[in-house]
Design a protein around this ligand. Structure first.
Ligand code: GCB
Length: 621
């Protein structure tokens, strides 16, 4: 404990040291420390945590985390906050939606809770997992700084082994959502900057030698008859010699049991020669996969499918595919960015009602349940990292942050059949620095996961009126955001761009749309009216349907969403391009217009499939 004189010194230092945060920015909690948790038992640490917003970073300057719990009368120095008492907030939550005075708060906030531990088993390891914390999250246990994580939307783990003690422990998290130029995203976005511990927090226990990562995929070689399984082991050397350095994988429904020798680098892979029933939106079949390493056991539910691009086609299990999609944000008028199964199921039910087989999860990694549910429900997904607008592309630290977020997302969702596209960014300027940055991200995604397509939402080159972006050569699918009829007044330009462009790979219209304000505050005609929005959708559909290289679309957006950039008399803090209002109930006319188009495409596709089947059967006769 600090002596009185030390504390006085500390108090002065706290006033004069502007580099107070340097020791707490190690970013050592990253994709390398993420633990695979499928099928593991866990102890939830959700619920009430003590909470305090800390605008001036007084907590880091004064080291609140070093304070001991004690009754106020026992304290011998004046104190500015007592982490062991005071107000609480629920975790997960975003502070903006809890209290009016926290609505615009951006900065550090402190979360504290007790963690009571019974008997500690010396042969076990403990890991804390945070589903997401926006943006910089520093973790302290019993006064000791264990590390921090950057990035607002991916999970991270911190090992507590050796730091936990039997009895009462105190866990603290300092979560900072400041918008800065060098973060990913940077300070300017078209969505609300929610802060906080807003996804689930849990404690896991593993044996000493454990499975750190598990990757299971259909080998994309067109045979549909090979499954590759990779186990990434942690401390495999601690396995008893009698077991050898072997992991085991089972897929009971396919009658598969195989041993996987773990190499010196801790990884082991096997290719299983089996022919699974393929996963598709129509038949989203999933298999239980069980992996064991010594006493450690993890499980997953995995679908097997092949996604590829050939010329301007996107093929799923060998058959051409049109992505009937819609873009979605994680946003809720009451909950902010907090997601639950009810919200996700409603979102997917609306997407299905719209006739979708595809969703673009914009502009950052959504809750991991989204891809799990999409696997079960048969929806294809585009997942994305928040490399949005004017990222600090020349900054190597910014690149490391972006790449880490991408690798965390891939490690989290690489077993999800629903995920077919990793997108490395949105609407970025075509500069040399951006090209180098995003090309490297696309290459990283391919190297980490060759079984999926890469993309990015690009912009039209307005000076030449065509689809043109130097990044296009380095991604599989060209995402194109275009707002003809809204930001671009001259609608005829869209047809001209369509005709001027000869892309050598598929284009997906990753965004298009218009604001349409329903209810009393909306105008009857012109910009921001529902009628105007409908007209934009009609014209967009009429033009895009003529472009044979357009292999999908995900208009902007399913629901109206909160954003402070939008303050005109109709917007009032909301982006109104939703096909459904922010109440997630009231559909606009454009919803039905798009639904009719998607129905038409779907029935044309099934008619074509029926013809192909008939022809194949005819040949067989
Ligand atoms: C875009 C952005 C998206 C915005 C949207 C809009 O191009 O990618 O984040 O919300 O336009 O409504 O302006």
């Amino acid at each position: 404990m600090l002596e009185r004189s030390d504390m006085a010194e500390n108090a002065l230092q706290a006033l004069h040291d502007e580099d107070y945060d340097v020791p707490f920015n190690r970013q050592n909690l990253n994709h390398e420390t993420l633990l695979f948790t499928g099928g593991r038992a866990s102890r939830s640490l959700d619920g009430d945590w003590n909470f305090c917003v800390d605008l001036l970073d007084t907590g880091l300057r004064q080291k609140w985390f070093e304070m001991q719990p004690m009754p106020p009368e026992a304290r011998t120095e004046p104190w500015d906050y007592d982490p062991y008492m005071g107000e609480t907030v629920p975790v997960p939550s975003n502070w903006a939606v809890l209290k009016e005075k926290w609505y615009f708060f951006e900065g550090s906030a402190w979360y504290t809770r007790p963690l009571d531990i019974g008997t500690l088993d010396a042969g076990k390891r403990q890991f804390l997992r945070i589903g997401a914390a926006a943006y910089d999250c520093k973790i302290f246990l019993n006064g000791v700084f264990l590390g921090n994580h950057y990035g607002a939307s991916t999970p991270f783990c911190v090992e507590l082994t050796g730091q936990l003690r039997e009895g009462r422990n105190w866990l603290m998290a300092c979560v900072n959502n400041a918008r800065t130029r060098d973060r990913v995203p940077m300070r300017n976005t078209d969505w609300f900057n929610y802060g906080g511990l807003y996804r689930e927090v849990a404690l896991y226990e593993t044996p000493r030698a454990c499975i750190r990562g598990l990757s299971v995929q259909l080998v994309p070689d067109g045979s549909y008859g090979k499954i590759s399984v990779t186990v990434e082991a942690d401390r495999a050397a601690d396995l008893p010699a009698s077991l050898g350095h072997l992991a085991k994988v089972q897929i009971p429904e396919l009658d598969v049991t195989a041993e996987i020798p773990i190499g010196a680098d801790g990884n082991g892979s096997v290719v299983l020669e089996v022919t699974p029933e393929l996963w598709s939106p129509e038949r989203p079949h999933l298999y239980d996969v069980i992996a064991t390493l010594g006493d450690d056991c993890v499980t997953d539910r995995v679908g097997f499918r092949q996604i590829e691009r050939r010329g301007t086609e996107i093929l799923l299990n060998g058959a051409p595919l049109f992505l009937r999609g819609i873009s979605v944000h994680e946003d809720d008028a009451a909950l902010g960015k907090v997601t639950n199964d009810e919200d996700l199921r409603r979102r997917f039910a609306h997407a299905k009602e719209l006739g979708c087989n595809f969703l673009r999860l914009a502009h950052y990694p959504h809750h991991e349940r989204a891809a799990e549910l999409a696997d079960e429900l048969g929806l294809l997904l585009w997942e994305e990292v928040p490399v949005y607008w004017a990222i600090d592309f020349a900054n190597p630290a910014t690149y490391r942050d972006a790449e880490n977020q991408l690798l965390e997302l891939i490690r989290r969702d690489r077993n999800r059949a629903s995920v077919i596209i990793w997108s490395v960014g949105n609407e970025n300027p075509d500069t040399d620095a951006r090209l180098a940055f995003m090309r490297s991200l696309a290459e990283t995604a391919k190297a980490a996961d060759p079984t999926r397509l890469t993309s990015a939402a690009c912009l039209v080159n307005h000076s030449r009126n065509r689809i043109e972006d130097r990044l296009a050569a380095h991604i599989d699918v060209i995402g194109l955001n275009e707002y003809y009829g809204w930001y671009e007044e001259n609608f005829e330009d869209l047809a001209e761009i369509g005709a001027n462009s000869r892309p050598d790979r598929p284009v997906v219209i990753s965004e298009t749309g218009a604001d349409g304000v329903i209810a009393k505050q909306g105008p009857a005609s012109g910009l921001f009216s529902e009628n105007y929005m409908s007209e934009v959708y009609r014209k967009q559909i009429a033009t895009l349907r003529e472009l044979d290289y357009v292999k999908g679309m995900s208009p902007w957006i399913l629901y109206d969403f909160r954003v402070e950039r939008r303050q005109n008399m109709f917007q009032l803090g909301y982006n109104h391009k939703g096909l459904i209002a922010a109440d997630k109930v009231t559909k606009k006319e454009a919803f039905h217009i798009l639904a009719a188009y998607y129905r038409e495409i779907a029935s044309a596709e099934s008619a074509a499939q029926a013809d192909t089947r008939a022809a194949v059967e005819g040949e067989g006769l």
